[in-house]
Every structure is written in C-alpha cells, then in structure tokens.
Design a protein around this ligand. Structure first.
Ligand code: ZN
Ligand code: ZN
Length: 132
C-alpha cells in the first residue's frame, strides 16, 4: 500500500466538516474505505502530516490529542472546561499578537491552532444560580 493514498484519505477525512478527530477516529474513518489498513500506518502518517504543517495537533480537553487539517485561514478555539462546548475564533484576533511575539523574541511560531480553556456563558450562569 502506498503511503500517499493513506495521506490522501487522512486529509479527506479531516477536511470533511472541518473535523477535529483523535488518531483513533481518523483510523476508524479510513478503515471504512481501506479495510486492510494498519492503525500504526495511520498514526505514523498523521505524525508526518503534522510535522509537515498540513495537520494541526491540539489538546482540546478530551483526553486525547485531536487532529485537524490546516486550511488557508487559520482558526483557534475557546473550549469550555465544564460542558466541553467549543467556540471557533478567527485568526484575526491573534494575528497581531503572533506578529508582535515573533518580532519581540525573534522567534518563528509554528503554533497555528490555539486552544484556550475557560467557562462559557451558560456554565457561568448555572454556577452563579447555584451560589458557587
Ligand atoms: Zn480547530
Ligand atoms: Zn460550558
């Protein structure tokens, strides 16, 4: 099996509905079109794609890293620690900060998918209703 076809299937499954998938979920999606594929082949291909900057790897508080295809437009997320809801944030919010950091520290950033944890409005409301 050529690894290029595995790469292609990985990118296709990640691009579908802009998915954030764990390595296990990526493997399961690929297995439906390539039943003979070995999980470690998929995991190694994911690592190579991440290293090449085509795929981002993030901890979104789900206990396992999630992979996502990196498009032309970067985006970031606010993740609620209580209910797990995810808000997508445009890169415009962070672009300036990234540029300033690179200039100030002469440091080339490769992070392209920021995950910031916190509490969503609904959970804050619940907490205050319970007097917490
Ligand atoms: Zn994302
Ligand atoms: Zn919440």
């Amino acid at each position: 099996m050529r690894s290029s076809s595995v790469n292609h299937l990985i990118m296709k499954s990640l691009q579908q509905d802009q998915a954030h998938l764990t390595a296990q979920q990526v493997y399961e999606r690929i297995r439906s079109s390539l039943p003979a594929v070995n999980p470690s082949t998929v995991y190694r291909a994911l690592e190579r794609l991440a290293h090449a900057g085509l795929v981002s790897v993030s901890d979104m508080g789900q206990g396992a890293a999630v992979y996502e295809s990196v498009g032309e437009e970067h985006h970031h997320h606010l993740v609620c620690q209580d209910c797990g809801s995810v808000i997508q944030v445009e890169d415009a919010f962070f672009k300036k900060l990234f540029q300033q950091l690179q200039a100030e520290f002469n440091f080339q950033l490769v992070t392209n998918h920021l995950i910031l944890f916190g509490r969503c409005p609904a959970c804050r409301e619940n907490a205050s209703g319970r007097g917490l």
